[in-house]
Design a binder for this molecule. Sequence first.
Ligand SMILES: [Mn+2]
Length: 334
Amino acid sequence: MDLNYSKFKDYIDKSSNVLIIQADNPDGDSLGSSIALEQILTNQGKNVEMYCAVNIPDYLKYLKAWSRIKTELPPKFDLVIIVDTSTLNLLDKTKDFDLALLKSKPVIVIDHHDTTLTIDFANLVINENKSSTGEIIYQIAKKLAYKINKEASEALATSILSDTIGLMTESTSSDTFRVMADLVDLGADLPKLDASRRESYQKTLELTKYKGKLLQRIETYLDDRLAIIVIPWEEIKTYSPFYNPSMLVLEDMRLIINNQISVALKVYQDGRITAKIRSANKYPIAKELAESFGGGGHKYASGFRTYDYSDVSELKKELVNKTNQILNEDHENI
Ligand SMILES: [Mn+2]
């Protein structure tokens, strides 16, 4: 057996109270991975708690178990499992005091991101080049003969489908399909799952009209190759509790003819600016662009956060320059 898997088993065997952690950017994969691990380890007789420093976004709440995820650390735990991130600054919203507490326990990281591990206090890192963290958790459970119940099978299916955009990304392997087939055998009701997911995409009239305003404000540069949307604090405050404003328009930005890269900038009150970056399929430079601003991610989806710009137009200028440079370096034949 893979050495990491037997080490994983050792840590599980030695623990009674397991804490599962998602980073500050919960998505379908991190949420599905948390819930699946919760179910699998509960079946192994463990007392399991789930934690995420930020609230779970509404579009993910069709997985009913989201309500078991706490924004505060539980009173006791003797093992920590961090899912779907290797990056410490994605745990920024966790208070320093709590972080110190986490570091005092054995910590396992399970992730599939091709980023440098900055959670340097981890005792065990399982980072595999797979479609999703959910796919890795399935493999661990299978190798260790841990039972995957119906709820876990649906959570894992959600993880995989969400990170592979319905089994269609490059990271989807034939193994990923085999895992999905197994999950269906284990009870995952995919049509029902998808119906709930689509229902969760329904939006209020107010949000639909706001989306219209955002679409009007899309700016393009470099012959429409770069698209940028700026979301000011007032709008973050008003709409974020209901929907992530960036996600309202990023997909439409990607569909603009000639588009190669789309950036949604959120400008916060305290001077922080966050960027969510999406590449068009033919020109996957998202990771490279994010890294040049101190961030990271995948070649199609990435992001960064900065406090270095008091004026967002300065950042836009640099984004234009950097994008131009990367596109010219990487794609001289375009
Ligand atoms: Mn993931």
